[in-house]
Design a protein. Sequence first.
Lengths: 192, 590
Amino acid sequence: MHLDTHTGLDSPKGIWWKPAHKAEKVWVAIAFAWCMVLFAMMPLWHWKGGQNPSGIRRRTTPAAYGVRLGEFITQYQVGQDRGIPIVAPPAGADVYLAAVQFQWLPILKLQKGVEYTLHLSALDVNHGFSLYPINVNFQVVPGYDYGLRVTPNASGDFRILCNEFCGIGHHMMVGRVIVDDAPAVASVRSGQ
Amino acid sequence: MSTANVVASAVIPDAGGAFRTCQATGRRIHLGAERLIKAHAVCSVVSLLIGAIAAVLIVLTRWQAVHLLPAEWFYRILGVHGMSMLIFFIIFFEIAVLHFTSTALINARGCAPKTSWLGFGLMVAGAVMVETMMWAGKADVLFTSYVPLRAEPTFYLGVILFAVGALVGVSIFFINLVVAKREQRYEGSLPLVVYGAVTAAIIAVITLLHGAAIYIPTYLWSLGLMTVDPEVYRVVWWGLGHSSQQINVAAMVAIWYMLGALTIGAVVVNEKISRTAFVLYILFISMASAHHLLVDPGLGPAWKIVNTSYFMYMAVLASMIHGFTVPAGMELGMRLRGYTNGMFEWLRRAPWHDPGFSSLIFSVFVFGFVGGITGVTIGTEQINIIVHNTLRVPGHFHATVVSGTAVAFMGATYYLIPLIFQKKVAFWKLAQIQPYLFAGGMLIFTLSMTFAGSFGVPRRHWDISFSMAPFDVQFNPIVDVILAFVALGGLLAAAGAFVFVAIAVKSVFFGEPIGQIPRGVAVAGIPAGLTHPPVHAADVDARNAALHDAASGLMGPMPGTVVLVFVFLAAFVVYFFVNWKILSFVWRIG
């Protein structure tokens, strides 16, 4: 069974398809079982978990997305900060956020415990949506509208960093999301 | 080591050029192939030097207290670092490994020398074009060059030429093997190390075809001749970008088996298990490129789950198998040579002063415990939400491609210098500590990056103090301390890389030629595996049978390895589920 002891530099002679030692077999079986656990966790989290990158995914064009963004800002703008519009959409609304060298548009004002559909797209090159300090990250690709249903679970003044290299001004690209405490009804719904 | 190979080939006339007989291993080395190995290895080390200089500039910039480079040069140098290390250093070395494994290990000749040199020439020309464009600031698109960020067309053309040259080198490898078989240069099946190299070469073909499929359209796009969809680019580009890391994995595992054999007489515990694991790589590992697209808008959950798991994690299974069989082979090899006491005498009494061995150990352990565990975890569809494009990503891949692959390649170099270049390893004392310096620095570097990333610190970012941004961003003050550790680890590792380059250059160009390798006498500049070859006794089969005796129980002849792999599994399980727990705290997203 274990004759012809040799190293990996030597040619095995004859048939090398031989039974393995029990220790090796047990390890392969355990490793396989663990791989099944790794695999099962992903569908399981889609079913039971609260954080999935599925979203509503559509093709768009930078021009079309820019138009939709403009409408959204006009409809719900409540103020501005440093020349960037602050937009407060109603609960459940479709929310549009655009990445463009080197800005996030607009500033969003959301309510805690309320679900929104947050649309992400880029108007020029790839960007990276990174919500600070929550540490939630998504790729923002021009020509694609990524609609994620999000429910803020804490109030506060958040930042959006760009974490995909988008040009020499990449490090200046910071946006803002303000989350206010919501009316009592909405916080009950969130369950947080 | 068996001498059967030599016996088999001794009767064959020297077709296709001159050979010499390696006095250390008894194998016949084809002089034409040897020249190719040398040329590729030298280019590899030159690329490593450029990449390491870039690395120092980058860590000194990301260390906010120093913040060395201006923004423009930071991104430029980051691109240089990526291309020099991940493409030029690694692939030049891999083509050297392919020429080596397809000739020297099986007593065979290197075929089609003119075509081989043409491939080499294309690689050099491509590398020079890419480096020139990057340093000239005409390709500030970083390693990934995601369209529609645009570089000058020459940059893309350089990448294409390099890839074509590499593909020629890979083709020569296959030709060499076919000719060797036909000329009966070896008896029986290919050695396991060569089998591993075949795996790497097959994955290389898949990878380089992806490279052609994306860089040729991108080149035409840069000339204004066609359009390239940004998401399609990402999907196909990662077929090159990640799959090339899988060439590294397969080549690295092959080198693990080789260094184990050379340094401590590691044996193949079971050919069937090890070879099946290599086949699993070929079948499934290319799907791993989907890891980079888990939070992308262009792809749905079903596609992400199937590909993320590279079909039910069958390639992870392969790595977990090698993670057992490599140390098990080392343990068994040592036990067969008499180091049988207790659980870990085989590890304690191993030649830790041999840079080939210490490199091997660091490569196996850091690749597995840090690179493997973090990689599989952060490459999980949902967990990627809290990881994508943070410093956790480079934290992971420096633990695989640097602590794993580069360290293994460095360890192999300490044997290639005496065996192929026939020179003593220069600065021997430094060479003996180099693996500790490099791998130790890298360990600090990768762990610190991983911690920094879990605070949301972005990768590829010039200034996380955001001094020029419209809104202030205040990271936890601990992040500054962690980034200082990133710099410390990075500088130690870079020092280790410079020491390695100095050793390689001095040895190869100004080294002391080796005459007769003395047996049983330690000589400065010659690794212990060559002066004290880890030969097995004549009754090795009987010893092996005794160690495998059923009375030794379930852990059999490798109890130490069994303990180690279960420690590994426990660490893996804890890290994996801790990440799910952290994910469950963030906003609800769906």
